[in-house]
Design a protein around this ligand. Structure first.
Ligand SMILES: Cc1cc2nc3c(=O)[nH]c(=O)nc-3n(C[C@H](O)[C@H](O)[C@H](O)COP(=O)(O)OP(=O)(O)OC[C@H]3O[C@@H](n4cnc5c(N)ncnc54)[C@H](O)[C@@H]3O)c2cc1C
Length: 468
């Protein structure tokens, strides 16, 4: 135990808030709660920071950046620079990645300690509607927040062995660059690994059962990503589901439902993540659940009045910043503030592959469903008309979805570094901006951000660097 109170020697302590799980959702609630004067206990069995810091957002983005550096070295000549790409030193890549994590981990530990959060290391279990048992001790609270997160899922009969059939956890610490890989699942995690591995030199094939890569994105973004991946030599098979995987002499063979077979050195199973809730006492305490997820209302309250839940454990978007927002919401509610529920459509979503896919708001298809096909306007602005994108030699588009004569309800972007543009897109969506209002704002030249301005100029009926 570090910081805050010594629960081991003071069993009479009743915290304002006991948090089970120190990932994005749990630690955000702890930090905000302590800031608002709540007496907070944070229980974590592994490492403070959870999936995002140790097995998710941060390490994957480090691998992707290493991949980008490799691609730039390989492709330097097209910019008139003579560099030679000699190969990937995977130990060096891991060192770089681990150094980034270690620095952030240290900072986070310091932050939690400085806010006087009582941090308890150990595996906890909900023992009553107001307590968690950990290390043989009962930690009492007026309120309990469940934030135990998620772990990689697999399919029946598909056993993850950590060597040839692996999850993202294993892929992040793999001590070699695989010569070839099959990636089961073309969602965010699947395409990010496909992108990084391809940059490292792996022969990659993605197998996705649905019709498109990143299937929850606007179809236009999926198609643009597919075109870019095809150009990069990343192979994919869409629209047919996985049937079985078998070991071969030196790898794995995957068979699809239509009999098609693929062979590779490793199979990365990236079909999604499931909640960590089994055996933790949730059901025994009467917490309503669905397929392992804890059910909550828009204020993150479960059906048990003293228990809330946030993050990947609840069936909302599985993103670190969603966990942060939900954790903060719970802390503010318990501190007597009046926080606003999260608008999940207004959450920015970025897939950090090369090229990046970024979006906020709703897809064109969803807008048509909601408002009627004749009430929806869609506009595409091609990055070919954007000076900075040309300089970077990246291709892609910004697509805007607007309710006719009304606000922009969807921004969907594909192209290198487009993730960095999602901030303005988020303001546009969340402030229900009209195209003419965004068109009025001056965007710096030459930036990729300018493309967002130009797209709105076009939607407002006064295109500058785009054809009418
Ligand atoms: C490969 C990958 C890449 C990702 N990339 C991104 C990205 O770029 N951007 C983004 O926004 N999101 C990304 N995510 C998703 C993001 O990591 C999660 O949405 C986020 O970590 C969820 O936070 P959480 O607090 O709900 O759960 P977690 O971060 O999983 O934290 C839960 C914590 O609870 C602890 N715990 C569980 N059970 C117990 C127990 N019984 N007792 C004590 N402690 C317990 C765990 O050890 C863990 O630390 C990525 C995920 C993966 C896997």
């Amino acid at each position: 135990m570090h910081g805050g109170r010594d629960v081991a020697n003071d069993a009479s302590t009743v915290f304002d808030l006991v948090i089970l799980g120190g990932g994005s959702g749990g630690y955000a609630a702890a930090l905000r709660g302590a800031q608002l004067g709540l007496d907070v206990a944070l229980i974590e069995k592994n490492k403070l920071g959870g999936t995002c810091l140790h097995n998710g957002c941060i390490p994957t983005k480090a691998l992707l950046h290493a991949g980008e550096v490799a691609d730039q070295a390989r492709e330097s000549e097209q910019f008139g620079v003579k560099a030679t790409f000699e190969g990937i030193d995977i130990a060096g890549v891991h060192k770089y990645k681990d150094d980034v994590i270690a620095g952030l981990y240290k900072g986070l530990q310091g932050l939690v300690a400085s806010r006087k959060v009582t941090y308890i290391e150990g595996e906890g279990r909900l023992s009553s509607p107001t307590s968690v048992d950990v290390n043989g001790q009962r930690v009492q609270g007026r309120h309990v927040l469940l934030a135990t997160g998620s772990v990689p899922k697999s399919l029946p009969g598909l056993e993850i062995d950590g060597n040839r059939i692996i999850s993202s956890d294993h892929a992040l610490v793999l001590d070699r660059v695989p010569k070839s890989a099959i990636i089961l699942g073309g969602g965010v995690i699947g395409v990010e690994f496909a992108s990084a591995w391809k940059s490292f030199g792996t022969d990659v094939t993605i197998v996705e059962g649905l019709k498109h890569l990143v299937p929850v994105e606007d179809e236009n973004s999926s198609k643009l990503l597919e075109r870019a991946f095809r150009k990069r030599g990343i192979k994919f098979n869409l629209g047919t589901f996985f049937q079985k995987a078998e070991y071969t002499a030196d790898g794995v063979k995957v068979t699809l439902a239509d009999g098609k077979e693929f062979e590779a050195e490793v199979l990365l199973v990236a079909i999604g993540r499931g909640p960590v809730s089994q055996g933790l006492g949730y059901e025994e305490q009467g917490v309503a659940m669905d397929r392992g997820y804890v059910l909550v209302d828009e204020y993150m309250r479960t059906n048990v009045p003293t228990i809330s839940a946030v993050g990947d454990l609840v069936p909302t978007l599985q993103l670190a910043h969603v966990g942060f927002a939900e954790g903060i919401l719970v802390a503010e509610r318990l501190a007597g503030l009046n926080p606003v529920p999260v608008d999940y459509d207004g959450v920015p979503r970025v897939t950090y592959c090369h090229p990046e896919v970024a979006s906020v708001g709703i897809t064109e298809a969803k807008a048509k469903e909601l408002y009627g096909a004749d009430k929806v306007v869609a506009l595409k602005y091609n990055l070919a008309g954007n000076g900075k994108s040309k300089i970077l030699k990246t291709a892609g588009e910004i697509k805007l979805v607007q309710v006719k004569d009304g606000a922009v309800v969807g921004v969907h972007m594909v192209g290198d570094r487009m993730g960095e543009q999602v901030g303005e897109a988020q303001l546009i969506y969340n402030w229900e901006a009209l195209p003419a209002e965004v068109a009025q704002l001056i965007h710096a030249h030459p930036t990729q951000n300018e493309a967002l301005g130009e797209a709105h100029l076009a939607l407002a009926g006064k295109p500058l660097h785009s054809h009418d």
